[in-house]
Design a protein around this ligand. Structure first.
Ligand SMILES: [Zn+2]
Length: 432
């Protein structure tokens, strides 16, 4: 490994930054914690040099109110629940309905149930999000809505881990159904009642629209000798059950440290570096979507590579989801070797973080993540109360930092032709 990469990985402020980000709390957009954390990040960026800007983009703000679930019967039983972000509200007195247990809630489970879904409150299970077989919560929710369900319950599959937090993806003004996370124990109670032939519940979910809500983004630019830019991104916002340590204080802390290591290496002989911290990512990727959609196309065209850091510790193995940009596979492999590590690549497009919005705009984009196909790793604490600093191993974070620096540096120091060629054979650019 080159000496600078080894030095970069030893960054003295990495863990202080990581802990400082977690200290803001879960940083749920709309709570003010995300805004405070972005203000802090802007100061940290200023210490790196370059041009620092705060950008604000609109998003569909919302605040949760009541969340109550009761299994009805001779002895009514209260179960833990938590509204999905932007869930439709129930009437104040609640929604009473029959629960239909659809197991995992895969497409085939909905197909098998067919018309039986109509008028029911469906129960499905959350899946470990980073795997080759994962079906996203929002796809399950969309199935339930499309088939006429009146409510949606999604259960944490892990015992003793409580409820989870996540978005329904419902835009403002759009139809939707009340939707909530429940814990494993609650799903066991509902499944047992359903198997016995009688599972009626009352669900109360209320939420409040936050009009004119703005998401704060932090942007750092360090110009190089060409108009081309390599973009390192990470989302600052999170959920408020834990402190969003894995998801995504790890990504933000690594991005800051990478910027510190790369800044003195950027010159007239390299391309430029941009670092973007997004919020409203947990809100169906809205922050980065608006940032990129609303940007002048000429400026967007200068962004030639996106390295998006999201949950980069929690397991020792790293994977780059390369978003149907096949030329990124050898690029990532070579960069990982520069850093004396390995980073696997996964070609299929996964719309599970901000890289997805870069990819859609024809910008070669990858998401670096830890614990791919490792459902037993610490990464399974994301979205839960267990997402706190103690589940992050410093050695994993430093490995991710070296890999990030190596990838960004390869991009920054490539010829213009080689950088442009990262789009080769991609379905995104073929369609343009
Ligand atoms: Zn994330």
């Amino acid at each position: 490994m080159e000496a600078w990469l080894s030095t970069a990985g030893a960054d003295a402020a990495l863990m202080d930054d990581f802990n400082a980000i977690c200290a803001f709390g879960g940083r749920l957009s709309g709570t003010g914690q995300d805004t405070a954390a972005i203000a802090w990040a802007l100061e940290r960026m200023r210490a790196t040099g370059g041009t620092v800007r705060k950008v604000q983009v609109p998003y569909d703000g919302w605040r949760a109110g009541r969340a109550e679930l009761q299994l009805l019967g001779a002895e009514p039983r209260t179960l833990a629940c938590r509204a999905l972000l932007r869930s439709a509200s129930t009437p104040d007195e609640g929604l009473v309905g029959e629960v239909l247990d659809l197991g995992q809630g895969r497409v085939e489970d909905f197909e098998r149930a067919g018309e039986a879904v109509r008028g029911k409150i469906v129960l499905v299970r959350h899946e470990y999000p980073f795997s080759t077989t994962h079906l996203h919560r929002r796809r399950k929710y969309d199935q339930a809505v499309a088939r006429g369900a009146i409510g949606f319950l999604i259960a944490n599959p892990l015992p003793g881990r409580g409820v989870l937090s996540g978005s329904s993806g419902r835009p403002r003004g759009a139809a939707g159904i009340p939707a909530a996370y429940i814990d494993f124990e609650g799903s066991q109670a509902l499944a047992a009642a359903a198997a016995a032939g009688q599972c009626q519940v009352r669900l109360v979910l209320t939420g409040e629209e936050l009009e004119n809500a703005l998401a704060d983004l932090a942007i750092l630019d360090i110009p190089g000798g060409t108009d081309s830019r390599v973009v390192i991104s990470a989302h600052m916002d999170g959920h408020d059950l834990g402190t969003s340590a894995l998801d995504n204080a790890t990504g933000v802390a690594v991005a800051l440290a990478a910027a510190r290591a790369l800044a003195p290496r950027i010159s007239a002989r390299t391309h430029g570096l941009r670092v973007c911290f997004f919020t409203a990512e947990e809100w169906a990727l809205t922050g980065s979507a608006r940032y990129l959609d609303d940007m002048d196309p000429a400026e967007r065209a200068t962004m030639k590579l996106n390295v998006n850091l999201d949950t980069v510790a929690g397991h020792s193995e790293l994977t780059a989801m390369i978003s149907e940009y096949p030329a990124l596979a050898p690029f990532v492999t070579a960069a990982a070797a520069d850093a004396d590590t390995t980073v696997d690549t996964y070609l299929p497009f996964m719309s599970n973080s901000d890289h997805a919005n870069f990819a859609r705009h024809g910008i070669p984009a990858l998401r670096l993540t830890a614990g791919f196909n490792r459902p037993d790793s610490n990464v399974n604490n994301i979205l839960a109360a267990g997402d706190v600093p103690a589940v992050v191993d410093e050695a994993d974070l430093r490995n991710a930092l070296r890999a990030t620096c190596a990838m960004a540096w390869r991009g920054l120091s490539m010829s213009q032709e080689a950088l442009n060629a990262l789009t080769v054979d991609s379905k995104w650019t073929a369609a343009k």
